[in-house]
Design a protein around this ligand. Sequence first.
Ligand code: NAD
Ligand code: MG
Length: 383
Amino acid sequence: MKNIAILGATGSIGLNTLDVISRHPDRFKVFAVSAKSDWETLHKICIKHLPSFAVLVDEAAAESLRKVVPAGVEVLCGNSALDDIASHQKTDFIMAAIVGAAGLSSTFCAAQAGKRIMLANKESLVLGGSLLMRLAKKSGAEIIPVDSEHSAIFQCLQGGKEGLNKIQLTASGGPFLNTPLEKLSSATPTEACNHPNWKMGKKISVDSATMMNKGLEVIEANFLFGLASNQIEVVVHPQSIVHSFVYFDDGSVLSQLGLPDMRSAISYAMSYPGRLQSGVKQLDLTKESSLEFHPPDMKKFKCLELAYKAMSEGKSAPGTLNAANEVAVDAFLNNRVGFLDIPKIIAKTLNEAPSQNLDTLEGVVENDQLSRQIALSFVGSSD
Ligand code: NAD
Ligand code: MG
């Protein structure tokens, strides 16, 4: 029996993880769950799964949950409690499914404690990738990607990396794939969050619309698989059936296919190196429309170009890119800036923030905070 701590249990990845766990009560136990403030959803989860711990970051929300929680579930509160459940002696696996840099600390704690990290929170790799990979190597922690493209590549590399030439991450292109650039200035948060293939949280939905999601994923792949930047390409594939490609020197190309349902990647991270029933329907290619592949339009999707630039610069640049993106996306979702201001804010922040080596978690956090301040100063300022 494996005890799982789900960090970000009330979100899209968290709820899909609970669905997979429910199908295998003989193999997995929900040991701990967390959310920022959504205590009502966490309450429902507690009733169904009876975890030992339920954590809420927000104090008032924790108080509300305490009044109604079933016996045997201990309610904890605050950011340090996230670290505690991630590194708890009884935790075997964590699902790192908090959105944004808020997931950094608990992911690092799990890495330090040598846990299996099922990593959905790509931002922690973008922010502190080399540090996190080093820490995991030292402690023996396993980092199993949950991002569908990285799970695909991870699955294709089970035979080893010998003769690996390059990888190609597939991108749906998001809701604005066919929208002309001049119309994007008036794009609304509702339009940006209306993803054609995947049901996801708001932040990653906007990231998909700007294609920053793919940019973050390029950096994620750089750290996860130890590849050079010129070995990581992006190809637009609107149907989201092929989840990425691995090219080998002998001309062979491996890929993993499946319907766009995150439970495939989640269950693989849980069962690796084996496989589990995940609840995902079988793919029938005879029933799919034709599969298309196009090069990405870097002029229209400036965020992707900025991510490649930050990856080449290295040092603190990926962390700065991520922080500026979180600030800009939040401002967009709150109608404070337009859709096309997102790449502008990120570009200005990358220009202004100092480039520095980040050798400690404290350094990573300081750079994140400084970059946020710089990005915030550009929110609302005109060109
Ligand atoms: P979501 O918005 O649906 O859920 C986020 C979860 O994190 C919620 O449980 C929320 O309570 C918690 N949370 C938010 N802010 C927090 C904070 N400051 N402190 C502590 N907890 C906080 O997001 P999601 O779509 O499930 O995405 C989660 C992560 O997985 C992201 O990093 C995203 O990039 C990645 N991811 C998601 C998908 C997907 O299909 N949704 C696919 C690949 C990768
Ligand atoms: Mg992805």
